[in-house]
Design a protein around this ligand. Structure first.
Ligand code: 5AD
Ligand code: SF4
Length: 450
């Protein structure tokens, strides 16, 4: 069968879709490039904000037309919204054939094959740990994983931030065995992968068995894992997302600083800079303790850069609370930020609070933070003009076929003209000549030793 997969939401969903594509191919199926040529349509959904759910429901609804012309078409919703809504989704969208929740993704192939033999509506939403180990496969259309590979090391979350649906739709936090992760990284490196991205909803809590109390200063299974991965030959860079600030203890910070492949660029969700709002969000840190961790990280890695997630318009957020968020963002000098307008999620704790900040105020605060970000980034990038940056070459620029792109260790995209020897997945030096919005442009320097 030809299977088309559309993915919404986060990197974990992208990783899941990639793993599912690998499983389907190994079972003898094909990945379709368009909806029209497919025998099976899969929608890997997100529940984090209402808008993400609405988009997927709209899209699946629209597929009714396609199915009217092609009754044998199998349509499935998988992932977070599938988990949250379960059978309700089958009632809402009667042309939907199946729903597969986050704990049942590894059952995709058998589900699709069973439905081909016998048509009926099916919802599988039980929680299961098997998904963690069984989703460790990689696939790209060309058959090789390319220069970049993502590895899911934890799944689920035990933190229960009051606004967040993740603990309800992704279940309890579970970690893979270190040996299993290292084996996957080694296999990826042997297949030519140069950069790995470790994924988890609460990635730095890796190996803590779901304990929400950050460990003592000398203990960090995540640091042990990073050191083991740093020793995998062939890998050039290691990144991870998203860590929760409280887990950056001495052991982890030291391991990051001394492991040469760990990129000094951290996505460190702040959510709010106001202690009052952080408390209402059930975040386990204060503005001061967040800033202290940032200071500790900067002391150990002076070149480190940060990006973040922030929510504007959380229930009860006053202008003063918002100003504090703005202040912290400028103080940390975040190089990138994802700013979200608060969206109440059914089942999450904050859904019982009044969503009292108007859409206009949320939008206004969003725009202010975006403008701050723009001027910070311009300022930070300006300093890079005339410097030489090491980039990991990614390939031909999607916007301009005559240019290549690469990425600095600090996650900045650099555009440059290629030379005859240029290969994706290699490290090259580029002299930065100009900037444009969030990108850098430069001249490729000759390869060393040539
Ligand atoms: N409303 C708005 N943003 C949210 N996020 C999570 N839940 C919500 C919500 N209910 C944001 C957080 C998180 C990111 C992935 O999505 O900032 O870090
Ligand atoms: Fe959601 Fe908080 Fe867990 Fe992140 S740490 S996934 S925001 S509950």
């Amino acid at each position: 069968m030809k299977v088309y997969i559309k993915t919404y939401g986060c990197q974990m969903n992208e990783r899941d879709s990639e793993a599912l594509a690998g499983m389907l191919i190994r079972a003898g199926h094909e990945i379709a490039q368009t909806e029209e040529e497919a025998d099976v349509l899969l929608f890997n959904t997100c529940s984090v904000r209402e808008q993400a759910e609405r988009k997927a429901i709209g899209k699946i609804g629209y597929m009714k037309k396609l199915k009217a012309h092609k009754p044998e078409l199998i349509i499935g919703a998988i992932g977070c919204m599938a988990q949250r809504k379960g059978e309700e989704l089958l009632r809402e969208l009667p042309h939907l054939d199946f729903v597969l929740g986050t704990g049942q993704l590894h059952k995709l192939v058998e589900t699709v094959e069973a439905l081909r033999r016998q048509r009926k509506q099916l919802a599988l939403t039980a929680e299961s740990d098997d998904v963690l180990t069984e989703m460790g496969t990689h696939h790209t259309p060309a058959g090789s994983p390319g220069w970049h590979g993502q590895i899911a090391i934890t799944r689920g979350c035990n933190r229960f931030c009051s606004y967040c649906i993740v603990p309800y739709v992704r279940g309890r936090e579970i970690s893979r065995e270190q040996s299993d992760v290292v084996a996957e990284a080694t296999a990826l490196a042997a297949a030519g992968v140069k950069e790995i991205m470790l994924l988890g909803q609460n990635v730095a809590a890796y190996g803590l068995n779901g304990d929400t109390n950050p460990p003592p200063d000398d203990h960090s299974p995540f640091a042990d894992l990073l050191e083991a991965l740093n020793a995998v030959s062939g890998l050039l860079r290691i990144r991870f997302t998203s860590p929760y600030v409280s887990y950056f203890n001495r052991r982890l910070i030291e391991a990051m600083a001394k492991s040469t492949k760990i990129c000094h660029n951290l996505h460190l969700p702040l959510q709010s800079g106001s202690d009052r709002i952080l408390k209402a969000m059930n975040r386990q840190y204060t503005r001061e303790s967040y800033l202290q961790k940032v200071a500790d990280l900067k002391a150990a890695m002076p070149d480190i850069t940060f990006s973040t997630d922030v929510i504007v318009g959380f229930p009860g957020e006053t202008g003063e609370d918002f100003d504090q968020t703005r202040e912290v963002m400028n103080f940390v000098n975040f190089d990138n930020a994802f700013i979200f307008k608060y969206s109440p999620r059914p089942g999450a704790k904050s859904a019982s609070m009044s969503d009292d900040i108007s859409q206009e105020v949320k939008e206004e605060r969003n725009q202010i933070l975006l403008a701050d970000l723009k001027s910070r980034v311009e300022h930070n990038l300006d300093h890079l003009i005339n410097t030489v940056q090491e980039v990991l070459v990614e390939g031909v620029s999607p916007r301009n076929a005559e240019r290549f792109t690469g990425r600095t260790v600090h996650n900045r995209v650099v555009h440059f003209e290629p030379d005859a020897t240029l290969q994706p997945g290699t490290l090259r030096q580029v002299k930065i000549t100009r900037i444009n919005a969030v990108s850098l442009f430069g001249e490729l320097l000759p390869e060393q030793g040539r």
